[in-house]
Each structure stands twice: as C-alpha cells, then as structure tokens.
Write a protein that binds this ligand. Structure first.
Ligand code: PGA
Length: 317
C-alpha cells in the first residue's frame, strides 16, 4: 500500500460513500476513466478487490470495508491537522470549505466576496448541490459549514437562521395572469407547472404547500436547475415556484413576473449548519459570525432589492 496515493484514497472514499463511480467522478471533477484507473491502481497495490458489482449496484468487499474505515480515520486526522495549522495562522490564511444548496448560489458568492476582501489570505472552496446531497455531506462531516433550508430533526446538527428565503410563483412577464391580483390556488393548479428535481428543497416546500391545501399541480416538466426553469418560463412552457433569490441579477428588462397568488410567498429561511460536536476552525467561526450579519452586507448589493419583496423590477413585486 505504500505506493497508494492520498488522491487514490480520496477517490475510493468518495465512491464508497456515494455508492457510485459516476457520482464520485462528478464530485471530484474527474472523468470516469480517471476514477476507474485510480481504483485499479489501488486494487493492484492492495492485492484484493475493493468493490463487487451485483447487477447495477456496487458493494464494498470485506477489504473495501476495512479500507473505508481506515480512510475515514486518515481524513479526519488530516482535517484536524489542517485546522490546527490554520488556527495557528489565525485569519491570515486557512481554508474555508462550504457546501450550499443550489438556490443559495444566488447570494453566497456575493457574501464570500466581501468576506474575502476582509481576509484575502483565506482559501475558499464552495460546493453547490441540491438539498439532499448537502444533507449527505452534513451527515458525513465533509465540509466546514453548510447553507441550506431547515435541517431535519433526524440529523444531529447545530443550525441557525440567518436570512429569509421567500418562494414565489413566477411566469413569463407577458403571461395572462401577470396583471391579476389575488390569484386563487385553484387557478394556479390549472396551469402547466415546472418543478425542480427530486431532492430539491424548493420542490419539497412547494409540494408541502399544495398538499397542505389539498391541491394537485399539473406538473408538465421537471428540471434540475433554477436557471433552466427560468428559461422554460420565458419560453412559455408554464409557471413555477422558485426562490425570489433566483431573480437577483435579472435587470429592469426582466422577462419574468412574480404572480400575486393567495398564500404566497411561502416563507422559507436560510440556515447555516454544522454537525453537533464539530470543532469549528477560526476561519469557519469568523464566517459564521459574518453570516449572522448577512442582511447588512446584502443591503448594499443590488440583489437586496430583488429579495426584499418590493422589487421595482418585478410586476406585482
Ligand atoms: P434547493 O434548496 O436549491 O435544493 O431547491 C433550496 C431550499 O432548501 O430552499
């Protein structure tokens, strides 16, 4: 095993955790042949197979299970060492690993911009993925801090609200409902609806809202990205419920309208979270403190107008 590299162990750990070569390749920004090659080398060094494939599923062999446990120990020691070193350096340098849900990408990079201006030596890595995967990363203690909607009670984590996240009904600016007031939920259910993918927090909150009102949406299409949904709205494929944050950069010539629908916006919030008992690095603590004032930092930025509920750029907004 002395020939195995940390990179190979990283690749192995990601496959074992995600139960998939494809997802591991995606997460590590590698191609699938590279991932397979790394595992082949590692398997050759160890001299025993690490995975077995039954049908389309992969399982860890006994040797694979042992190695997975060993990897977890190694990476935990590494991250403790990294933290100790970065704490010694204070806020002059160090690493901040963030994982945020897809919709939080509309404001997190802006917040990071001002934070990094204050602490230029800090090296930031930002993982953007949907709610389900962020929850997996939170449970696996894979990053320093997480930004998402409310954390389920079944997960042992510390979390705190730091920003509002209103979910609104959007349509093309020239949609027949765009000029109407107090549109009923029944009327919305007559329209073709474009829904986020399973695992999305926006989808979860939307489904809960319509279920709570005993109403059924006419879902015409599922799309895995807020931007793709906005394009579909402009293409008049239907209407959708999205966070008002998704409109952050849409200028005065915006091609979307926020519909005035009874019961909307759905009041959702952004939380930062980390696993209970996790020792936060000095850098993570500084960012957490910074997030507590996110509202003030966003105040100066143009996107603040789009999320305040009085957006001059939106019809009815
Ligand atoms: P999503 O999460 O980007 O996965 O939809 C947003 C949310 O939880 O509100």
């Amino acid at each position: 095993m002395r020939h195995s590299t940390i990179r190979q162990l990283e690749v192995f750990e990601a496959i074992a955790r995600l139960n998939s070569f494809t997802r591991a390749a995606e997460e590590l920004f590698l191609t699938q042949p590279t991932v397979s090659m790394q595992i082949k080398k590692l398997t050759d060094d160890i001299g025993l197979p690490l995975f077995e494939q039954v049908g389309k599923k992969i399982y860890l062999t006994e040797a694979g299970k042992e190695l997975y446990q060993t990897c977890q120990g190694i990476f935990e020691h590494f991250s403790r060492f990294e933290m100790a070193v970065s704490n010694m350096k204070g806020l002059k340098s160090g690493k901040l690993r963030l994982a945020v849900v897809t919709t939080a990408k509309y404001f997190t990079p802006r917040l990071l911009g001002t934070f990094c201006q204050q602490y230029p030596g800090i090296d930031v890595s930002l993982k953007v993925t949907n709610r389900e995967r962020v929850l997996e990363r939170l449970t696996g203690n894979q990053d320093d801090l997480f930004i998402l909607g409310q954390v389920p009670e079944s997960i042992d984590a510390v979390s705190e609200v730091f920003l509002d996240n209103p979910l609104v009904v959007l349509a093309a600016a020239d949609h027949p409902l765009a000029d109407q007031k107090n549109i009923s939920i029944d009327r919305i259910c007559e329209e073709s609806f474009i829904m986020r993918e399973p695992g999305s927090g926006t989808r979860m909150a939307t489904e809960r809202f319509f279920n709570d009102h005993n109403k059924k949406l006419k879902v015409r299409m599922e799309l895995g990205s807020n931007e793709a949904i906005k394009q579909a709205l402009v293409g008049r494929l239907g209407i959708a419920v999205l966070s008002r944050h998704t409109l952050a950069l849409d200028g005065p010539m915006g091609q979307l309208a926020e519909l005035n629908v009874e019961g909307f916006p759905i009041e959702r919030h952004w939380y930062f979270a980390y696993p209970s008992g996790k020792q936060l690095s000095v850098v993570a603590q500084a960012f957490l403190e910074y997030l507590r004032h996110a509202d003030d930092y966003l105040e100066d930025l143009s996107c603040r107008h789009a999320i305040s509920g009085h957006c001059p750029l939106l019809k009815n907004g």
